[in-house]
Design a protein around this ligand. Structure first.
Ligand SMILES: NC(=O)c1ccc[n+]([C@@H]2O[C@H](COP(=O)([O-])OP(=O)(O)OC[C@H]3O[C@@H](n4cnc5c(N)ncnc54)[C@H](OP(=O)(O)O)[C@@H]3O)[C@@H](O)[C@H]2O)c1
Length: 251
């Protein structure tokens, strides 16, 4: 299936590394006007340069999604400068903890919530306001299979992703009658910086691969393809869904 975004304006929050970077490049290759964000200007510059080498132009803004005012300001600016905002990929996420539940602190909890759930919600709210006003738009968040499969030492990350899945369903029913679709992709274990610790530990790496029917970690491209599908008109009758892409891990 070939998807052509035909100059649609697509913003990828957390588009500088891993899944977000791959989604941004794929959207740009498919004809979208792409704006990426991330905290690090250095990471942004690397993606913009990589895109340029491929003959693609990608714009960018550096901000922390935990800062709601900064998020709102940038999203409003992107929508105003481009006259619209068609696609939001809410990809930014962190998982710096690997603790047993009994050791999770209130600070750990707040750190994860601030980025993965609170930050993502207010980014979606800001983009959603523009999409509702124009009567169209597609929002894709990045959840996780760990929201539906018990995951040792997974809190509070798994709670942010479970919250995201609920948020996706509710936003979808609230905004469907005004042309805005809201979906999510829930990856399994993908080869990115986020899973570096797991993949570098030989015994954990082997144990995880044994649980994956396809016998390997996924690649960012394999998540980006689902993001592109849900962003595009090819999924025009889909809203409120979270699609698991995990090599069979949760089967
Ligand atoms: N990799 C997996 O196996 C996996 C599995 C399930 C779900 N996911 C989800 O998929 C998404 C992407 O994961 P990934 O593996 O590609 O991670 P990654 O390689 O660590 O990339 C994370 C991206 O988010 C940005 N980001 C992080 N914190 C941010 C903040 N506070 N404000 C703005 N941007 C921020 C990063 O940019 P800067 O560092 O420049 O800020 C980067 O572009 C996450 O939501 C993650 O939870 C990943």
């Amino acid at each position: 299936m070939e998807i052509n975004f035909n100059c649609k304006v697509a913003m990828v929050i957390g588009g500088t590394r891993g899944i977000g970077k791959e989604a941004a490049l794929s959207l740009a290759k498919s004809g979208a006007k792409v704006i990426i964000t991330g905290r690090s200007q250095k990471n942004i510059d690397l993606v913009v340069a990589e895109a340029k080498e491929l003959g693609l132009e990608i714009s960018s803004y550096a901000f922390d999604i935990a800062e709601v005012d900064a998020t709102r300001t940038v999203i409003d600016k992107v929508a105003e400068e481009n006259g619209k905002l068609d696609i939001l990929v809410a990809n930014a996420g962190i998982n710096p903890m690997y603790k047993r539940a009994e050791n999770v602190t209130p600070e750990d909890w707040d750190t994860l919530m601030a980025v993965n759930l609170r930050g993502v919600f207010f980014a979606i709210q800001s983009a959603g306001k523009h999409m509702l006003a124009q009567g169209s738009g597609s929002i894709v968040s990045i959840s996780s299979v760990t929201a539906v499969v018990g995951t040792p030492r997974g809190l509070p990350y798994v709670a942010t992703k479970g919250g995201m899945d609920s948020m996706t369903r509710t936003l979808a029913v609230e905004w469907a009658d005004r042309g805005v679709r809201v979906n999510a992709v829930a990856p399994g274990y993908i080869e990115t910086d986020l899973t570096e610790g797991i993949r570098q530990n030989q015994s954990i790496n082997e144990m995880m691969i044994k649980k994956m029917p396809l016998g390997r970690f996924g690649k960012s491209e394999e998540i980006a393809s689902m993001i592109l599908f849900l962003s595009s008109d090819a999924s025009s009758y889909i809203t409120g869904q979270t699609y698991i892409v995990d090599g069979g891990f949760s089967s």
